[in-house]
Design a protein around this ligand. Structure first.
Ligand code: FPP
Length: 259
């Protein structure tokens, strides 16, 4: 991919050849609760401000022609939070999907949800399906929202599908390889994750994209998600571009995608 001539590339990225940019960025959006706590506000205010950051970062990634952006919005484990917080988050996703749809389309963004759809409230499910339907033919960035997502659960679902196909005689044990499994993940068709950004300082993966991020580079920032800005995104991309990706091999000349 070559950078669009008239795209206003931020200074920190201007000298980095496009082949060194990440194709697939995934974000663990953490720190909403802390952001609210620091201001003496209820946690839900942090999530609302977090939704503003989502809009900002989606827009900037699309503008920079990043191929894929995947956002961790709600994990399988997040159901353990107090019922009123879960309810507020679900309402926020529903509103976000409905309100942002025209903007996503205007930016040529293809939307998809990753995660188990069972257990999601009807309203959220309806908006997910509608956003997927109307954006299916879009040719710009793919935005994946992980709602009711768990990396282990995704692998379990893939294993179930393998077993179903094997039982039906459509798959033999010998033909199962990484490509077969890759096609059974929720992220079917997307490239592996190149860069995981985690806000708010914790150094863990938290059950996010376990299969897809096998050789992803990690960028952890202390910035709380509601404060995460376009400049923070640029710094993360520049940090990634400076890494030497060896994929278990030895150093080679060239960019991250040449190894
Ligand atoms: C983690 O912060 C964040 C979440 C569990 C939810 C992510 C949700 C958003 C960013 C809001 C809106 C998203 C969309 C797609 C509209 P935390 O509550 O765990 O923060 P803490 O660790 O500081 O308590």
């Amino acid at each position: 991919m070559s950078a669009d001539e008239d795209m206003d590339v931020p200074e920190v990225l201007a000298k980095i050849p496009r082949r060194r940019w990440p194709r697939h960025i995934a974000v663990i959006m953490d720190g909403n609760g802390r952001w609210a706590g620091l201001r003496g506000q209820p946690r839900v205010m942090g999530h609302r401000q977090g939704a503003e950051a989502v809009q900002r970062i989606v827009e900037e990634c699309a503008r920079l022609q990043v191929s894929c952006l995947t956002l961790y919005a709600f994990s399988n484990e997040n159901w353990q939070r107090p019922a009123d917080e879960v309810e507020a988050l679900m309402a926020l996703y529903e509103d976000y999907l409905r309100q942002e749809r025209p903007r996503l389309l205007a930016q040529q963004i293809r939307f998809r949800n990753i995660g188990r759809r069972s257990d999601l409230p009807q309203g959220v499910l309806r908006e997910i399906e509608e956003s997927e339907r109307v954006s299916a033919e879009m040719k710009g960035m793919t935005l994946s929202l992980a709602v009711n997502y768990g990396g282990r659960q995704e692998i379990v679902d893939a294993a179930r599908e393998v077993a179903r196909q094997a039982a039906a005689g459509r798959l033999s044990p010998e033909s199962i390889d990484e490509h077969v499994l890759d096609d059974m993940m929720y992220t079917k068709g997307l490239p592996d994750v190149d860069l995981i950004i985690r806000t708010a300082g914790e150094m863990r993966i938290s059950n996010f994209l376990l299969w897809q991020s096998w050789y992803a580079e990690l960028h952890v920032t202390q910035v709380l998600w509601p404060d995460f800005s376009a400049s923070d995104l640029h710094l993360a991309i520049a940090d990634y571009a400076g890494r030497r990706r060896r994929f278990g091999g030895l150093d080679k000349e060239g960019g991250p995608h040449e190894a």
